[in-house]
Design a protein around this ligand. Structure first.
Ligand code: FAD
Length: 393
C-alpha cells in the first residue's frame, strides 16, 4: 500500500500554500479582531476556484478530487479557522445539492455558488437543540404556495452574509431539508458577536416567521432531511474540519518552532530545553498520525466505501483533540507572549476549542465511534463462530 500524493496533488498543494500565505495569513489576525471577513477576500477565493472546487465543470465548478480538497482545507485551516468554516458550510450546501438536489435545483444554484455570487450556509442548530439534532423545533407546513416555515436557527456560520440557507425543519413529525433564500419574506438574520473562537466567521441567528418558500425548494424528500441530506452534509463538514485541524496543528508547530529558536532562557534557546522538546515532539507525531487518518478518510470517500462515515468521525475526533492540545502547548511555549495578540497562538487556541464542538461535538463522535466498535466486535465474533462451524463440518 502506498500513501503518496500524485504530482498534480503536490502541485495543487504548493499552489494553495503560496496563495493562502500571500492572501489569507497576513489578514487573519486583523479579521479576527474585526470579527469580520471582507467580501473582497471571499471574492479572491472564488476567483481561485475554491468556492466551486467540488462542483462539476458543467455547472462552472472545478471538479476537484476529494483528497485535493482536503489539502486545500488543511492550508486554509493553517491560516484561518474562520475562513475554513466558510469553505466548510458553503461546500456542505454544494455537496447536498450534488447528491440530493434535482437537476433544476443544481442548475439554479451550483453556478452561483461556484462563482461566489451566492454564499451557502448550514442551518441545523437551534436555541434549544444542538447535539440532539433529530429533535429540532422549526416547523414546516404545507401551504398553497409551497411550504410555510416558522422557527429559529442559532450559531449559523457566515449567516450574516449567506444568501442561500439549508434549513432543517419538522414537517408533520418528519424532518425535511429546505433551501431558503435570504430574500424571502419573513426571513431575517441577526449577527452574533463576542465569540471565543471563529471570530471572523460572521455567525448569525436566523429567524423565520411565516416564511413561505416554493415547493421546489424542498431538497430530497420529506423524512429524508436528517437521515440523508443532513448526514451527507455533516459527514462532509467533519471531513473539512478534520483536514482544517491538521492545518491548525501545523500552524501551532510552525509558530512554536519559530519562537523556540529565538527565545533564550537559562542561557539557551527554548528549543534546547527538553521539556519544550517534548511538546514539539508530541505535535510532530500527532501531525503524522492525523495526516494518515485524513488520507484514510479521503481514500474511502474516493472509493465510496461505506466505512467512510466512521473513519471521518475518527479523523475529526482525533485531529480536533490534537489541535486543542497543540494550541494549548503552543501558548505554553510562548509564555506571556502567547497570551498577547502580537502572536497568533492565542487565536489558534480559541479556534481549536471550537473545533471540538462543531460538526457534532467530540462526545457525539465518541458515541458514533464506540457504537460502530461494538457492531464490528459482534460481526467478528459471528464470523469466527461461522468459520469454526465450517472447519468442524
Ligand atoms: C463557532 C461555531 C460555529 C457554528 N456553526 C454552525 C453552523 O454553521 N450551523 C449549525 O447548524 N450549527 C453551527 N454551530 C452549532 C454547533 O453545531 C453546536 O454547537 C453543536 O452541535 C453542539 O450543540 P450545542 O452547542 O447545542 O451543545 P449541546 O447539544 O447542548 O451539548 C452541550 C454539551 O453536552 C454534550 N452532550 C450532549 N449530549 C450528550 C450525550 N448524549 N452524551 C454525552 N455528552 C453529551 C455535548 O458534547 C456538549 O459538550 C456552530 C457552533 C459554533 C460554536
Amino acid at each position: 500500500m502506498e500513501i503518496e500524493l500524485n504530482e498534480a496533488q503536490r502541485e495543487a498543494q504548493a499552489r494553495f500554500r503560496a496563495f493562502i500565505r500571500a492572501t489569507v495569513t497576513p489578514v487573519a489576525e486583523e479579521n479576527d479582531r474585526q470579527e469580520s471577513t471582507p467580501p473582497d477576500l471571499i471574492q479572491k477565493l472564488a476567483q481561485e476556484g475554491y468556492l466551486g472546487a467540488l462542483i462539476d465543470q458543467k455547472y462552472g465548478g472545478g471538479a476537484m478530487d476529494i483528497l485535493t480538497w482536503g489539502l486545500l482545507c488543511a492550508e486554509i485551516g493553517r491560516a484561518s479557522a474562520s475562513l475554513l468554516s466558510l469553505l466548510t458550510v458553503h461546500s456542505m450546501v454544494i455537496q447536498v445539492l450534488n447528491k440530493w438536489g434535482s437537476e433544476e435545483q443544481r442548475q439554479t444554484w451550483l453556478p452561483k455558488l461556484a462563482s461566489g455570487e451566492v454564499i451557502g450556509a448550514f442551518g441545523l442548530t437551534e436555541p434549544n437543540i444542538g447535539s440532539d439534532a433529530k429533535s429540532i423545533e422549526t416547523q414546516a407546513a404545507t401551504h398553497a404556495d409551497g411550504y410555510l416555515i416558522n422557527g429559529e436557527k442559532r450559531w449559523i456560520s457566515f449567516g450574516q452574509m449567506a444568501r442561500l440557507f439549508l434549513i432543517f425543519a419538522q414537517h408533520e413529525g418528519k424532518i425535511a431539508a429546505f433551501l431558503v433564500e435570504r430574500e424571502r419574506n419573513g426571513f431575517s438574520t441577526e449577527p452574533i458577536t463576542g465569540l471565543l473562537g471563529f471570530r471572523s466567521a460572521m455567525l448569525a441567528r436566523v429567524h423565520m416567521r411565516e416564511c413561505v418558500i416554493p415547493a421546489t425548494n424542498l431538497l430530497g424528500r420529506i423524512g429524508f432531511g436528517f437521515s440523508h441530506v443532513g448526514s451527507t452534509a455533516l459527514d462532509h463538514g467533519r471531513y473539512c474540519v478534520a483536514w482544517g485541524c491538521l492545518g491548525l496543528t501545523e500552524a501551532c508547530l510552525d509558530a512554536s518552532l519559530e519562537y523556540t529558536e529565538k527565545r533564550y532562557q537559562f542561557g539557551a534557546t527554548l528549543k534546547n530545553h527538553q521539556l519544550i522538546q517534548e511538546m514539539i515532539a508530541e505535535m510532530i507525531v500527532g501531525i503524522r498520525a492525523a495526516r494518515l487518518l485524513c488520507y484514510q478518510a479521503a481514500f474511502l470517500k474516493q472509493r465510496g466505501d461505506p466505512s467512510l462515515i466512521m473513519e471521518t468521525s475518527i479523523a475529526k475526533y482525533y485531529t480536533s483533540r490534537l489541535a486543542m492540545r497543540a494550541a494549548n502547548d503552543a501558548v505554553q511555549i510562548h509564555g506571556a507572549n502567547g497570551c498577547s495578540s502580537d502572536y497568533p497562538v492565542q487565536r489558534y487556541l480559541r479556534d481549536a476549542k471550537v473545533m471540538e464542538i462543531i460538526e457534532g461535538s467530540n462526545q457525539m463522535q465518541q458515541i458514533i465511534i464506540s457504537k460502530v466498535g461494538y457492531q464490528e466486535h459482534l460481526l467478528a465474533k459471528r464470523a469466527a463462530r461461522h468459520q469454526g462451524g465450517k472447519s468442524r463440518g
